[in-house]
Design a protein around this ligand. Structure first.
Ligand SMILES: Nc1ncnc2c1ncn2[C@@H]1O[C@H](COP(=O)(O)OP(=O)(O)O)[C@@H](O)[C@H]1O
Ligand SMILES: [Mg+2]
Length: 236
């Protein structure tokens, strides 16, 4: 459904992506794995139309995305949870979700039904609807960022380090939600450093190294040759 083909991206004059190609599939989790500064966030921003492509193409359901203005891209069914979350911190949980629901607009009829469905996935948010976003714990804020993205009913979801800085119990909850979305048929592109998460929930890993993607490997295969991860990350 998502096809990224040979994209090159520069910030000012400095090139940071050198011919990245990858694809995301419905009901599958693709992990982008690589060191800090490798270009993972830049790949997600490029998909969202937030950075111009120097060359290459990005297609979603056979439609070129790179020609669309950035504000049209979420409307095509692509949800994005940026690194560091970026909520409306002064607004309440309910208001943050409402913003996602409004952006979804008339698509798929019942706003009420979508709201209920999203809140069912996040009981912790359900209990905190009137609380201001900035007063939530880190894990709860991450959940809210994901709930807001889901309220737009995406068929492709881009998640940039959703477990960053969270305690293990929260990591588990976030992981569970990601798996639930995958099971509903959503295609997921996940930037994740936490290796246990990578190995337990993702289907394929795209290694990102110095703005290139030298290899995409099935996780089943990776489990049999973990030294590959060491090679790319320099850690165990
Ligand atoms: N706004 C920016 N302006 C200039 N360079 C940037 C900007 N954002 C990121 N970079 C550079 O682009 C490279 C890739 O960054 P990024 O995509 O954020 O990496 P990752 O998410 O893998 O840690 C890094 O060298 C980074 O310093
Ligand atoms: Mg990043």
């Amino acid at each position: 459904m998502l096809e990224v083909d040979n994209i090159e991206v520069t910030y000012d004059q400095v090139q940071v992506l050198f011919g990245i190609s990858l694809d995301a599939r419905a009901g599958e989790i693709l992990c982008l794995l690589g060191r800090n500064g490798a270009g993972k966030t830049t790949i997600l921003k490029s998909i969202m139309g937030l950075l111009p492509l120097k060359s290459g193409t990005i297609q979603f359901n056979n439609e070129p995305l790179s020609v669309l203005p950035a504000h049209q891209i979420p409307k095509r069914g692509i949800g994005y949870v940026p690194q560091g979350r970026r909520l409306f911190s002064e607004l309440t949980v309910a208001q943050n979700i409402e913003i996602g629901l409004m952006a979804n607009g008339s698509k798929n009829g019942s706003v009420k039904h979508t709201r209920e469905r999203v809140l069912d996935m996040f009981p912790r948010l359900q209990e905190r609807l009137k609380q201001r976003a900035e007063t939530l714990s880190g894990g709860e804020q991450q959940m809210l960022a994901m709930a807001r993205a889901l309220s737009m009913q995406p068929t492709l979801l881009l998640l940039d380090e959703p477990t960053e800085g969270l305690q293990p119990s929260m990591i588990q909850l976030i992981q569970d939600v990601i798996v639930q979305m995958k099971e509903q048929g959503v295609a997921i592109v996940l930037v994740e450093h936490h290796l246990e998460t990578v190995l337990s929930i993702t289907d394929r890993v795209a290694f990102i190294e110095n703005g290139r993607c030298p290899e995409i490997t099935d996780v089943a295969e990776l489990k049999m040759s973990p030294q590959k991860i060491q090679g790319y990350l320099g850690v165990g």
